[in-house]
Design a binder for this molecule. Structure first.
Ligand SMILES: [Zn+2]
Length: 268
């Protein structure tokens, strides 16, 4: 059985009307055995809902787990005491909910592996901003949004290019990077002897909860053209030939070089 792709769930906060929520952050020796021992200890006391662990790069690892206390004999204080006394754990921070609301007060924001500070922006909030711009400025708003997508892609590329050698023959991997950060899930095909790139987008953030106030996906169109111009090193034309806002099953962009030449000169 092959696993189907899905959205990643982040836990910056959690609400439960019954309370009993706990957030455990522990610094451990960077050794899988230490993590297994901690998880074994917690298994009878806490039902873990969201966990992560990562290396600090300084010989230690951070475990962060959000869960619900299930053992009637345990409280956040008793778990804090045990963890404080354990020689497994080098340092720790235990917090609990306030009237059912638990906030991860240890992490502030996110960082991608290439060191960029990130924020968690709900897709519909950003889409709403885009639609407001188009409502106010009409075709001028569409042009602003398109240009924002274009310049976003070019700024991103300035950091990505260092970690993506041979980018022109790896456009599919670059689209996987776009999917991993939640912008779009795109299937790529080259057509017309590698002169045309067709991007079929099945999960378009601009179409999440859309209200049809915008007549197309102008940010992603700009992003597709900006990425193609960065990767192929030439000016590109882009058209959105299908759009979920217009009732199509997918959004679809067709990209060609303004010089009419092949996008990839030595296709693998
Ligand atoms: Zn669209």
């Amino acid at each position: 059985m092959v696993l189907t792709e899905r959205r990643k769930v982040e836990f910056p906060f959690l609400y439960s009307k019954d309370g009993n929520l706990i957030h455990i952050v522990a610094e451990l020796k960077d050794d899988p055995a230490a993590l297994v021992s901690l998880l074994t200890f917690l298994s009878s006391k806490v039902s873990l809902i969201g966990t992560e662990s990562y290396s600090t790069g300084e010989g230690t690892a951070i475990f962060s787990g959000i869960g619900k206390i299930i053992s009637k004999s345990e409280t956040a204080d008793s778990i804090r005491t045990w963890i404080g006394e354990s020689n497994l754990v080098l340092s720790s921070r235990i917090t609990h909910d306030n009237q059912g609301l638990l906030v991860d007060s240890f992490h502030h924001g996110f960082m991608s592996v290439d060191g960029e500070a990130c924020i968690l922006l709900p897709a519909q909030v950003f889409t709403g901003t885009i639609e407001d711009l188009i409502d106010i400025f009409h075709s001028g708003g569409e042009a602003i949004v398109y240009n924002q997508g274009l310049s976003y892609a070019k700024r991103r590329w300035a950091t990505l290019k260092a970690i993506v050698p041979n980018a022109a023959s790896r456009f599919d991997e670059i689209s996987n990077m776009v999917a991993a950060i939640g912008w779009a899930v795109v299937k790529i095909t080259y057509e017309a002897g590698h002169r045309r790139l067709r991007l079929v987008n099945t999960e378009c953030f601009e179409c999440f909860g859309h209200t049809k106030r915008a007549g197309g996906c102008f940010f992603l169109k700009g992003m597709a053209v900006g990425l193609a111009e960065s990767v192929f090193g030439r000016e590109m034309n882009g058209e959105e030939t299908k759009c979920m806002k217009k009732g199509d099953d997918t959004c679809e962009f067709v990209i060609t070089a303004k010089d009419g030449e092949r996008l990839v000169t030595n296709p693998e």
